[in-house]
Design a protein. Structure first.
Length: 201
């Protein structure tokens, strides 16, 4: 089985989640099952069946995370030589030319992707299109998403100009959601002083 890339931050988060499932939620569910069983007839005991169903879901999640960690290739972005290019684990600030807005993506593994939080899998077309690019590069990306109009159905496309490439340290990560708190002092398009921070809540 091929190993799945995972950032160091993603490994930390998965281990924290696994620990919570095994040592917090599992005992709570077992206690709930014991209490429900004490109420009597299990056939008509809705609380018992609900707790057992929750137990099944929890154990399946534990197994899923354990297998994921066992087959993960953990990559610490701090160990990747600085080249100025977009690499696995980079946080990339892009200007969406088609929609006139700025977007921030962090390129991660499948196991930790969360598009709504700006975490995109390295296997997505957008991540693949950004990989290896530099600040100032303009890239056109065709995605698998289909848009329908009066003229027919077409794959959705994006044109991005890369305006920043950043790295996040592993320390302090508490959640996968990234708040976009970038402060920019612009001297010119190619010469920027960038002061940025990232809060994880």
């Amino acid at each position: 089985m091929s190993r799945v890339p995972l950032t160091k931050e993603g490994e930390i988060l998965l281990k924290e989640k696994l620990s919570n499932l095994k040592f917090v939620e599992r005992p709570q569910i077992s206690h709930a099952i014991a209490e429900a069983r004490a109420h009597g007839d299990l056939k008509e005991n809705a609380e018992y069946h609900a707790a057992k169903e929750l137990q099944g879901l929890s154990e399946a999640k534990i197994s899923e995370i354990e297998n994921a960690l066992a087959n993960a290739q953990v990559i610490d972005v701090r160990d990747i030589p600085e080249t100025g290019r977009v690499v696995f684990g980079s946080t990339v600030k892009v200007y969406d030319i088609n929609n006139d807005k700025e977007i921030i993506y962090k390129i991660v593994g499948n196991l930790e992707s969360d598009p709504e939080a700006g975490l995109i899998s390295i296997q997505t077309p957008i991540a693949q299109g950004l990989m290896g690019k530099n600040v100032g590069d303009e890239v056109s990306i065709l995605t698998s998403e289909i848009r329908t109009s009066l003229l027919g159905s077409f794959p959705r496309s994006f044109t991005f100009k890369i305006s920043g490439i950043f790295e996040l340290k592993a320390e302090g990560w508490k959640d996968r959601r990234i708040q976009n708190l970038f402060e920019l002092e612009t001297e010119s398009w190619n010469d920027r002083k960038i002061h940025w921070s990232c809060l994880l809540y």
